[in-house]
Design a protein around this ligand. Structure first.
Ligand code: PBG
Length: 330
């Protein structure tokens, strides 16, 4: 068709979509195994790996299966591992979180021994897996989460994890001042090289549902007094400023897909690496729909991860990390 004698439309974006070679040449976002971090669960006292019903394909590991899966992830090209542990004994203070020989510290040693410096070994730094009440901190006599008493526990936990050889600690409890408290404890104990991946904007999200199965935590109540309120974006920027001032090395948004606007805002506001956590519920939704034949699983997995990268995250935590690294390479 012509308008005023000229061919119309003059601009044809479809020219750049015509062949895979052309699409590949102009592609803005690339995903690789080395961008990904695999979250892993280890449970004390297990003799066989245990499937997690609401996360098909994910297991609670034994020490041996943890080592094997870590090696597999690394040889596939996964960039990092994030360890979570389920202790046999829980109490009000989360004592096992800081024991030198606690299940998480042992898992760190096992993993570091297995993968050396070929992968970045990270550990969740939070008390919820270790407390009998299931909160991320210790409680006051009236049952509120006591921010500053919790910071002392986090500081001790950071040192215990560093002594076990962790490369990066991931404080996920959303206590005020947690990054600063952990940084000064690590530095005072001679661990200036241990980095902090701060859960900067962690929302009180329904998407963590299946994770409760994974760590067998039955929390009475909710985390709304410490995790962020989902409607708020500005609050994430305030948390970012605080975490950077306190010494965060990497800042993270969690969950990922429902919070891509926050990923983008944080990306534009800082030059430190931005991470995003594609959480248990994001994983379970796709697996459940794919199991019914309602979604093309493999395409959906790559599309979700690519969109998280496109929004501005350079590091993505995903339960699909090993599989995706196998498909895409390092
Ligand atoms: C807290 C923690 C949680 C997750 C990671 N770290 C649970 C929570 O905050 O309620 C959730 C991860 C996921 O859902 O995949 N230790």
């Amino acid at each position: 068709m012509t308008i005023d004698g000229a061919a119309f439309p003059a601009a044809r974006p479809r020219r750049l979509r015509r062949t895979e070679a052309m699409r590949s040449l102009v592609r803005e976002t690339r995903l690789a195994g080395s961008d990904l971090v695999l979250p892993m669960f280890v449970k004390e006292g297990l003799t066989e790996p245990q499937p997690i019903p609401s996360m098909p394909g994910v297991v609670q590991h034994t020490p041996a299966s943890l080592a094997k899966a870590a090696a597999e992830a690394v040889s596939a090209g996964v960039g990092g591992l994030m360890l979570f542990a389920v202790p046999e004994h829980r109490d009000a203070l989360g004592t096992q979180a800081t024991e030198p020989d606690g299940v998480l510290q042992r898992a760190i040693r096992t993993t570091v021994a297995e993968t050396g410096d070929d992968a970045v070994v990270m550990a969740d730094l939070c008390l919820d897996e270790f407390t009998d009440h299931g909160h991320c901190g210790v409680l006051t006599p009236s049952g509120a989460v006591d921010n500053d008493a919790t910071l002392e526990r986090y500081a001790a936990m950071a040192v215990a994890q560093a002594e076990a050889g962790v490369h990066v600690v991931g404080p996920s409890g959303m206590m005020d001042g947690q990054v600063g408290a952990i940084r000064s404890a690590l530095d005072a104990a001679g661990f200036a090289d241990v980095a902090i991946l701060a859960y900067t904007a962690k929302y009180a999200s329904a998407f963590y549902g299946p994770f409760r199965d994974a760590v067998e935590s039955d929390l009475a109540g909710d985390r709304k007094t410490y995790q962020q309120d989902p409607p708020n974006g500005g609050e994430a920027m305030r948390e970012l400023a605080l975490d950077l001032a306190e010494g965060a090395d990497i800042v993270m948004v969690k969950p990922a897909t429902a919070y891509l606007d926050i990923v983008r805002r944080i990306r534009e506001a800082t030059e430190v690496p931005v991470a995003a956590y594609q959480v248990s519920g994001e994983y379970a939704m796709v697996e459940a729909a794919a199991a019914r034949g309602w979604l093309d699983r493999d395409r959906t997995v790559l599309e979700t991860l690519t969109s998280i990268r496109r929004a501005g995250a350079s590091v993505v935590l995903s339960y699909w990390a090993t599989e995706v690294a196998q498909r895409l390479g390092r």
